[in-house]
Ligand binder design. Sequence first.
Ligand code: SF4
Length: 428
Amino acid sequence: MYECYNRKLLRIDLTARKYAQEEIPPELIENWIGGMGFGIHQLTNEVDPLSDALSSENKLIFSTGPISGTGAPLFAQTCLVTKSPLTGGVTNNYCGGELAAHIKNSGYDFLVFEGKADRLVYVVISDGTVKFVDCPELAGKTVTETEEYIKSKEGKELSTAAIGLAGENLVRFASVISATRVFGRNGAGAVMGSKNLKAFAVGGDCGVRIHNPVAFQETVDEIFGVLQKLNEAPFSLLGSFSQFGTGAGMPMINANYTLATRNHKLCHFEDADKIDGAAYLSLDNVKTRKVACLGCPIHCGQLHYFEGGRFKGMFTRGPEYETMYSLGSNCMNNDPEVLAKAHQLCEDYGMDTLSTGVTVAFGMECAEKGLLNPKDDGVDLKFGNNDSILQAIEHIAKRQGFGDILAEGTKRASDILGADSEQFAMNV
Ligand code: SF4
Protein backbone atom coordinates (compact mmCIF):
# COMPACT_ATOMS: atom_id res chain seq x y z
CA MET A 1 0.00 0.00 0.00
CA TYR A 2 2.87 2.36 0.81
CA GLU A 3 3.80 2.16 -2.86
CA CYS A 4 0.58 3.93 -3.91
CA TYR A 5 1.61 7.04 -2.03
CA ASN A 6 3.96 9.72 -3.30
CA ARG A 7 5.11 9.77 0.36
CA LYS A 8 5.27 13.52 0.29
CA LEU A 9 3.52 16.30 2.10
CA LEU A 10 3.61 19.86 0.77
CA ARG A 11 3.59 22.52 3.49
CA ILE A 12 2.56 25.97 2.29
CA ASP A 13 3.27 28.89 4.60
CA LEU A 14 0.99 31.72 3.51
CA THR A 15 2.51 34.22 5.96
CA ALA A 16 6.07 33.86 4.66
CA ARG A 17 4.99 32.84 1.13
CA LYS A 18 7.30 29.84 1.35
CA TYR A 19 6.82 26.13 0.90
CA ALA A 20 8.58 22.95 1.92
CA GLN A 21 8.34 19.33 0.95
CA GLU A 22 8.32 16.74 3.75
CA GLU A 23 8.90 13.00 3.46
CA ILE A 24 6.18 10.94 5.13
CA PRO A 25 7.51 7.99 7.14
CA PRO A 26 5.95 4.58 6.29
CA GLU A 27 4.65 4.04 9.84
CA LEU A 28 2.60 7.24 9.64
CA ILE A 29 0.86 6.00 6.51
CA GLU A 30 0.37 2.50 7.95
CA ASN A 31 -1.06 3.80 11.22
CA TRP A 32 -3.26 6.55 9.80
CA ILE A 33 -4.64 5.08 6.62
CA GLY A 34 -6.63 7.26 4.26
CA GLY A 35 -7.35 10.94 3.94
CA MET A 36 -9.34 11.30 7.14
CA GLY A 37 -6.92 9.33 9.31
CA PHE A 38 -3.86 11.22 8.21
CA GLY A 39 -5.59 14.62 8.16
CA ILE A 40 -6.97 14.31 11.67
CA HIS A 41 -3.67 12.98 12.99
CA GLN A 42 -1.79 15.95 11.53
CA LEU A 43 -4.30 18.57 12.63
CA THR A 44 -4.55 17.35 16.20
CA ASN A 45 -0.76 17.26 16.42
CA GLU A 46 -0.17 20.64 14.84
CA VAL A 47 -3.05 22.89 15.96
CA ASP A 48 -3.79 23.93 19.53
CA PRO A 49 -7.38 22.78 20.24
CA LEU A 50 -8.00 26.03 22.12
CA SER A 51 -6.90 28.25 19.24
CA ASP A 52 -9.38 30.42 17.34
CA ALA A 53 -10.43 28.55 14.19
CA LEU A 54 -10.30 31.81 12.23
CA SER A 55 -6.81 32.75 13.43
CA SER A 56 -3.57 32.11 11.57
CA GLU A 57 -2.90 29.24 14.00
CA ASN A 58 -5.47 27.03 12.29
CA LYS A 59 -4.44 24.90 9.30
CA LEU A 60 -6.16 23.48 6.25
CA ILE A 61 -5.13 19.91 5.41
CA PHE A 62 -6.16 18.50 2.05
CA SER A 63 -5.43 14.79 2.09
CA THR A 64 -5.85 11.90 -0.32
CA GLY A 65 -6.17 8.16 0.28
CA PRO A 66 -3.98 5.31 -0.96
CA ILE A 67 -5.81 4.70 -4.24
CA SER A 68 -7.12 8.21 -4.91
CA GLY A 69 -6.51 9.14 -8.51
CA THR A 70 -6.43 5.58 -9.83
CA GLY A 71 -9.95 5.62 -11.28
CA ALA A 72 -11.15 2.99 -8.76
CA PRO A 73 -14.90 3.61 -8.31
CA LEU A 74 -15.94 5.46 -5.12
CA PHE A 75 -12.36 6.48 -4.25
CA ALA A 76 -12.33 9.91 -5.88
CA GLN A 77 -12.75 11.92 -2.70
CA THR A 78 -10.32 14.43 -1.26
CA CYS A 79 -10.58 14.94 2.50
CA LEU A 80 -10.27 18.44 4.00
CA VAL A 81 -9.53 18.58 7.71
CA THR A 82 -9.46 21.78 9.76
CA LYS A 83 -10.70 23.21 13.02
CA SER A 84 -14.29 24.33 12.44
CA PRO A 85 -15.24 27.97 13.08
CA LEU A 86 -18.85 26.79 13.42
CA THR A 87 -18.54 23.99 16.00
CA GLY A 88 -15.05 24.57 17.41
CA GLY A 89 -14.28 20.90 16.80
CA VAL A 90 -12.30 19.04 14.17
CA THR A 91 -14.15 18.84 10.87
CA ASN A 92 -13.46 16.50 7.98
CA ASN A 93 -15.10 17.28 4.66
CA TYR A 94 -15.13 15.26 1.45
CA CYS A 95 -15.19 16.48 -2.11
CA GLY A 96 -15.46 14.17 -5.10
CA GLY A 97 -14.73 15.13 -8.66
CA GLU A 98 -11.12 15.12 -9.82
CA LEU A 99 -9.24 17.17 -7.23
CA ALA A 100 -7.68 14.14 -5.49
CA ALA A 101 -6.31 12.84 -8.78
CA HIS A 102 -4.71 16.21 -9.49
CA ILE A 103 -3.15 16.38 -6.01
CA LYS A 104 -1.66 12.90 -6.52
CA ASN A 105 -0.48 13.86 -9.98
CA SER A 106 1.27 16.92 -8.56
CA GLY A 107 3.61 14.54 -6.72
CA TYR A 108 2.11 14.98 -3.24
CA ASP A 109 -0.41 13.12 -1.10
CA PHE A 110 -1.19 15.89 1.36
CA LEU A 111 -1.30 19.68 1.17
CA VAL A 112 -1.06 21.71 4.37
CA PHE A 113 -1.90 25.43 4.22
CA GLU A 114 -0.85 27.42 7.28
CA GLY A 115 -0.40 31.02 8.43
CA LYS A 116 -2.16 33.93 6.76
CA ALA A 117 -1.37 35.87 3.60
CA ASP A 118 -1.17 39.64 4.01
CA ARG A 119 -3.37 40.11 0.91
CA LEU A 120 -5.85 38.04 -1.06
CA VAL A 121 -3.88 35.39 -2.97
CA TYR A 122 -4.29 32.24 -4.95
CA VAL A 123 -1.67 29.50 -4.99
CA VAL A 124 -0.58 27.38 -7.95
CA ILE A 125 1.03 23.97 -7.30
CA SER A 126 2.55 22.33 -10.37
CA ASP A 127 5.84 21.05 -11.75
CA GLY A 128 7.29 20.74 -8.25
CA THR A 129 6.93 24.45 -7.51
CA VAL A 130 4.48 26.67 -5.68
CA LYS A 131 3.52 30.12 -6.90
CA PHE A 132 1.77 32.77 -4.77
CA VAL A 133 -0.31 35.20 -6.84
CA ASP A 134 -1.88 38.40 -5.48
CA CYS A 135 -5.45 38.56 -6.76
CA PRO A 136 -7.32 41.71 -5.63
CA GLU A 137 -9.33 41.42 -8.86
CA LEU A 138 -10.91 38.21 -7.52
CA ALA A 139 -12.27 39.78 -4.32
CA GLY A 140 -16.01 39.13 -4.16
CA LYS A 141 -16.00 36.96 -7.28
CA THR A 142 -18.12 33.83 -7.41
CA VAL A 143 -16.51 30.43 -7.22
CA THR A 144 -17.15 29.79 -10.91
CA GLU A 145 -15.72 33.16 -11.96
CA THR A 146 -12.66 32.48 -9.81
CA GLU A 147 -12.20 29.01 -11.24
CA GLU A 148 -12.49 30.23 -14.83
CA TYR A 149 -10.12 33.14 -14.22
CA ILE A 150 -7.40 30.99 -12.66
CA LYS A 151 -7.66 28.32 -15.34
CA SER A 152 -7.41 30.97 -18.06
CA LYS A 153 -4.24 32.33 -16.44
CA GLU A 154 -2.59 29.17 -15.17
CA GLY A 155 -3.79 26.36 -17.42
CA LYS A 156 -7.04 24.54 -18.08
CA GLU A 157 -5.49 21.21 -17.13
CA LEU A 158 -5.26 22.20 -13.46
CA SER A 159 -7.89 21.41 -10.85
CA THR A 160 -8.99 24.21 -8.51
CA ALA A 161 -10.58 24.67 -5.11
CA ALA A 162 -11.98 28.12 -4.34
CA ILE A 163 -14.13 30.19 -2.01
CA GLY A 164 -16.73 32.82 -2.81
CA LEU A 165 -17.80 36.01 -1.04
CA ALA A 166 -19.12 34.09 1.99
CA GLY A 167 -15.67 32.64 2.69
CA GLU A 168 -14.07 36.07 2.37
CA ASN A 169 -16.71 37.46 4.76
CA LEU A 170 -16.03 34.67 7.27
CA VAL A 171 -19.57 33.31 7.20
CA ARG A 172 -19.20 30.44 9.64
CA PHE A 173 -20.71 27.91 7.26
CA ALA A 174 -18.88 28.98 4.11
CA SER A 175 -17.78 26.15 1.84
CA VAL A 176 -14.85 25.35 -0.45
CA ILE A 177 -15.81 24.31 -3.97
CA SER A 178 -13.92 22.34 -6.61
CA ALA A 179 -15.70 22.30 -9.99
CA THR A 180 -19.06 20.57 -9.42
CA ARG A 181 -18.18 19.20 -5.97
CA VAL A 182 -18.12 20.83 -2.56
CA PHE A 183 -16.31 20.66 0.78
CA GLY A 184 -19.55 21.80 2.32
CA ARG A 185 -19.67 21.41 6.04
CA ASN A 186 -18.63 23.36 9.10
CA GLY A 187 -17.11 26.48 7.63
CA ALA A 188 -13.89 25.32 5.98
CA GLY A 189 -14.47 28.16 3.47
CA ALA A 190 -14.32 30.70 6.30
CA VAL A 191 -10.98 29.23 7.43
CA MET A 192 -9.70 29.66 3.88
CA GLY A 193 -11.06 33.23 3.87
CA SER A 194 -9.39 33.98 7.22
CA LYS A 195 -6.07 33.09 5.56
CA ASN A 196 -6.76 35.39 2.59
CA LEU A 197 -6.55 32.31 0.40
CA LYS A 198 -9.08 32.74 -2.42
CA ALA A 199 -8.18 29.53 -4.22
CA PHE A 200 -5.51 27.07 -5.18
CA ALA A 201 -4.86 25.26 -8.43
CA VAL A 202 -3.00 21.97 -8.61
CA GLY A 203 -1.90 19.47 -11.23
CA GLY A 204 0.93 17.51 -12.77
CA ASP A 205 1.67 14.25 -14.50
CA CYS A 206 3.18 12.04 -11.81
CA GLY A 207 0.46 9.39 -11.96
CA VAL A 208 -0.11 6.86 -9.17
CA ARG A 209 2.16 3.85 -8.68
CA ILE A 210 0.35 0.51 -8.44
CA HIS A 211 2.13 -2.58 -7.12
CA ASN A 212 0.41 -4.98 -9.55
CA PRO A 213 -1.35 -2.91 -12.24
CA VAL A 214 -2.91 -5.89 -14.03
CA ALA A 215 -4.47 -7.39 -10.90
CA PHE A 216 -5.55 -3.93 -9.77
CA GLN A 217 -7.31 -3.19 -13.06
CA GLU A 218 -9.06 -6.57 -12.98
CA THR A 219 -10.41 -5.77 -9.52
CA VAL A 220 -11.48 -2.27 -10.59
CA ASP A 221 -13.30 -3.72 -13.62
CA GLU A 222 -15.03 -6.28 -11.43
CA ILE A 223 -16.24 -3.65 -8.93
CA PHE A 224 -17.30 -1.36 -11.77
CA GLY A 225 -19.37 -4.21 -13.22
CA VAL A 226 -21.02 -4.96 -9.87
CA LEU A 227 -21.97 -1.29 -9.43
CA GLN A 228 -23.31 -1.11 -12.97
CA LYS A 229 -25.50 -4.16 -12.35
CA LEU A 230 -26.80 -2.63 -9.12
CA ASN A 231 -27.53 0.54 -11.06
CA GLU A 232 -29.68 -1.35 -13.50
CA ALA A 233 -31.50 -3.55 -10.96
CA PRO A 234 -35.18 -2.68 -10.41
CA PHE A 235 -35.88 -0.86 -7.12
CA SER A 236 -32.17 -0.36 -6.49
CA LEU A 237 -31.20 2.65 -4.37
CA LEU A 238 -28.02 3.13 -6.39
CA GLY A 239 -30.05 2.96 -9.58
CA SER A 240 -32.41 5.64 -8.31
CA PHE A 241 -29.43 7.85 -7.39
CA SER A 242 -28.14 7.29 -10.89
CA GLN A 243 -31.46 8.29 -12.41
CA PHE A 244 -32.69 11.09 -10.14
CA GLY A 245 -29.60 12.13 -8.16
CA THR A 246 -29.46 12.03 -4.36
CA GLY A 247 -32.92 13.65 -4.27
CA ALA A 248 -34.22 10.18 -5.15
CA GLY A 249 -34.26 9.37 -1.43
CA MET A 250 -36.66 12.17 -0.51
CA PRO A 251 -39.99 10.33 -1.12
CA MET A 252 -38.86 7.44 1.10
CA ILE A 253 -37.74 9.79 3.87
CA ASN A 254 -40.99 11.74 3.66
CA ALA A 255 -43.08 8.55 3.65
CA ASN A 256 -41.31 7.47 6.84
CA TYR A 257 -42.06 10.80 8.51
CA THR A 258 -38.41 11.70 8.94
CA LEU A 259 -38.19 14.69 6.59
CA ALA A 260 -37.12 17.84 8.46
CA THR A 261 -39.90 20.36 7.86
CA ARG A 262 -40.64 23.87 9.18
CA ASN A 263 -37.40 24.30 11.12
CA HIS A 264 -37.52 20.66 12.26
CA LYS A 265 -40.91 21.18 13.98
CA LEU A 266 -42.57 18.74 11.58
CA CYS A 267 -41.37 15.54 9.94
CA HIS A 268 -43.53 15.38 6.81
CA PHE A 269 -43.93 17.84 3.92
CA GLU A 270 -47.10 17.76 1.83
CA ASP A 271 -45.35 19.20 -1.21
CA ALA A 272 -42.19 17.07 -1.10
CA ASP A 273 -42.97 15.62 -4.52
CA LYS A 274 -42.74 19.11 -6.04
CA ILE A 275 -39.08 19.50 -5.08
CA ASP A 276 -37.57 15.99 -5.07
CA GLY A 277 -35.18 14.44 -7.59
CA ALA A 278 -37.91 13.24 -9.94
CA ALA A 279 -39.58 16.67 -9.87
CA TYR A 280 -36.62 18.30 -11.63
CA LEU A 281 -36.63 15.72 -14.39
CA SER A 282 -40.31 16.39 -15.00
CA LEU A 283 -39.89 20.16 -15.47
CA ASP A 284 -40.47 21.04 -19.13
CA ASN A 285 -38.10 23.98 -19.09
CA VAL A 286 -35.13 22.15 -17.56
CA LYS A 287 -32.45 20.15 -19.34
CA THR A 288 -30.44 17.80 -17.13
CA ARG A 289 -27.03 16.21 -17.51
CA LYS A 290 -25.65 13.60 -15.13
CA VAL A 291 -22.13 13.97 -13.75
CA ALA A 292 -19.87 11.55 -11.92
CA CYS A 293 -16.72 11.61 -9.85
CA LEU A 294 -13.64 10.05 -11.42
CA GLY A 295 -14.28 6.38 -12.23
CA CYS A 296 -17.79 6.19 -10.74
CA PRO A 297 -20.60 4.53 -12.73
CA ILE A 298 -23.30 5.81 -10.37
CA HIS A 299 -23.04 9.46 -11.51
CA CYS A 300 -25.28 10.78 -8.74
CA GLY A 301 -24.56 14.43 -9.64
CA GLN A 302 -26.99 16.40 -11.78
CA LEU A 303 -26.44 19.60 -13.74
CA HIS A 304 -29.63 21.46 -14.62
CA TYR A 305 -30.00 24.13 -17.27
CA PHE A 306 -33.14 26.30 -17.09
CA GLU A 307 -33.99 27.17 -20.67
CA GLY A 308 -37.16 28.97 -19.66
CA GLY A 309 -39.16 30.11 -16.65
CA ARG A 310 -38.42 32.69 -14.04
CA PHE A 311 -34.69 31.97 -13.92
CA LYS A 312 -34.17 31.46 -17.63
CA GLY A 313 -30.52 30.86 -18.47
CA MET A 314 -29.64 29.58 -14.97
CA PHE A 315 -27.24 26.67 -14.74
CA THR A 316 -27.14 24.78 -11.43
CA ARG A 317 -24.96 21.97 -10.10
CA GLY A 318 -27.76 20.48 -7.99
CA PRO A 319 -29.74 20.65 -5.76
CA GLU A 320 -28.79 17.52 -3.84
CA TYR A 321 -31.06 15.87 -1.26
CA GLU A 322 -29.62 17.87 1.65
CA THR A 323 -30.51 21.11 -0.12
CA MET A 324 -34.00 19.87 -0.96
CA TYR A 325 -34.78 19.46 2.71
CA SER A 326 -32.82 22.36 4.20
CA LEU A 327 -33.82 25.09 1.73
CA GLY A 328 -36.99 23.22 0.72
CA SER A 329 -39.18 21.47 3.29
CA ASN A 330 -37.41 23.00 6.28
CA CYS A 331 -38.31 26.48 4.97
CA MET A 332 -41.74 25.30 3.69
CA ASN A 333 -40.53 26.05 0.16
CA ASN A 334 -42.45 24.08 -2.47
CA ASP A 335 -41.11 25.88 -5.55
CA PRO A 336 -38.46 23.87 -7.44
CA GLU A 337 -37.26 26.91 -9.36
CA VAL A 338 -36.74 29.01 -6.22
CA LEU A 339 -35.06 26.02 -4.59
CA ALA A 340 -32.66 25.67 -7.52
CA LYS A 341 -31.99 29.41 -7.43
CA ALA A 342 -31.33 29.26 -3.68
CA HIS A 343 -28.95 26.38 -4.28
CA GLN A 344 -27.13 28.28 -7.01
CA LEU A 345 -26.82 31.43 -4.90
CA CYS A 346 -25.17 29.32 -2.19
CA GLU A 347 -22.80 27.84 -4.76
CA ASP A 348 -21.94 31.27 -6.17
CA TYR A 349 -21.26 32.74 -2.75
CA GLY A 350 -19.65 29.51 -1.50
CA MET A 351 -22.00 28.62 1.38
CA ASP A 352 -23.01 25.22 2.67
CA THR A 353 -26.59 24.74 1.46
CA LEU A 354 -27.43 22.49 4.39
CA SER A 355 -26.40 24.91 7.15
CA THR A 356 -27.73 27.86 5.14
CA GLY A 357 -31.19 26.30 4.92
CA VAL A 358 -31.26 25.31 8.58
CA THR A 359 -30.12 28.81 9.56
CA VAL A 360 -32.68 30.54 7.31
CA ALA A 361 -35.44 28.34 8.79
CA PHE A 362 -34.23 29.33 12.26
CA GLY A 363 -34.35 32.99 11.16
CA MET A 364 -37.93 32.49 9.94
CA GLU A 365 -39.02 31.14 13.30
CA CYS A 366 -37.18 33.96 15.11
CA ALA A 367 -38.94 36.52 12.89
CA GLU A 368 -42.28 34.82 13.56
CA LYS A 369 -41.66 35.18 17.30
CA GLY A 370 -40.48 38.79 17.03
CA LEU A 371 -36.88 38.02 18.00
CA LEU A 372 -35.39 39.03 14.63
CA ASN A 373 -36.48 42.00 12.53
CA PRO A 374 -35.61 41.32 8.88
CA LYS A 375 -38.37 43.75 7.84
CA ASP A 376 -36.00 46.54 8.96
CA ASP A 377 -33.84 45.38 6.04
CA GLY A 378 -36.81 45.15 3.68
CA VAL A 379 -37.21 41.37 3.91
CA ASP A 380 -40.46 39.67 4.95
CA LEU A 381 -38.71 36.51 6.11
CA LYS A 382 -41.33 33.88 6.83
CA PHE A 383 -42.32 30.29 6.09
CA GLY A 384 -44.11 30.13 2.76
CA ASN A 385 -42.59 33.36 1.40
CA ASN A 386 -40.17 31.52 -0.85
CA ASP A 387 -38.54 34.61 -2.30
CA SER A 388 -37.50 35.68 1.20
CA ILE A 389 -35.15 32.67 1.20
CA LEU A 390 -33.24 34.18 -1.71
CA GLN A 391 -33.09 37.56 0.01
CA ALA A 392 -31.87 35.95 3.24
CA ILE A 393 -29.07 34.14 1.40
CA GLU A 394 -27.91 37.45 -0.11
CA HIS A 395 -27.96 39.15 3.30
CA ILE A 396 -26.03 36.30 4.94
CA ALA A 397 -23.31 36.10 2.29
CA LYS A 398 -22.86 39.89 2.36
CA ARG A 399 -23.28 40.03 6.16
CA GLN A 400 -25.89 42.74 5.75
CA GLY A 401 -28.39 43.63 8.50
CA PHE A 402 -30.05 40.53 9.98
CA GLY A 403 -27.84 38.43 7.70
CA ASP A 404 -24.83 39.41 9.80
CA ILE A 405 -26.41 37.67 12.79
CA LEU A 406 -27.44 34.57 10.84
CA ALA A 407 -23.95 34.33 9.27
CA GLU A 408 -22.75 33.30 12.72
CA GLY A 409 -24.77 30.05 12.53
CA THR A 410 -27.76 29.03 14.64
CA LYS A 411 -25.91 28.56 17.95
CA ARG A 412 -24.19 31.94 18.02
CA ALA A 413 -27.23 33.69 16.50
CA SER A 414 -29.34 32.23 19.29
CA ASP A 415 -26.83 33.50 21.87
CA ILE A 416 -27.21 36.99 20.35
CA LEU A 417 -31.01 36.91 20.03
CA GLY A 418 -31.67 35.36 23.43
CA ALA A 419 -35.17 34.66 24.81
CA ASP A 420 -36.07 31.01 24.20
CA SER A 421 -34.42 30.86 20.77
CA GLU A 422 -31.96 28.18 21.87
CA GLN A 423 -34.96 25.83 22.10
CA PHE A 424 -35.35 25.82 18.32
CA ALA A 425 -31.79 26.59 17.16
CA MET A 426 -30.69 23.36 15.48
CA ASN A 427 -26.98 22.76 16.09
CA VAL A 428 -24.51 20.23 17.42
S1 SF4 B 1 -20.71 10.25 -8.39
FE1 SF4 B 1 -21.85 10.14 -6.45
S2 SF4 B 1 -21.78 7.98 -5.84
FE2 SF4 B 1 -20.16 8.31 -7.37
S3 SF4 B 1 -18.31 8.76 -6.14
FE3 SF4 B 1 -19.25 10.73 -6.70
S4 SF4 B 1 -20.55 11.23 -4.90
FE4 SF4 B 1 -20.07 9.02 -4.78
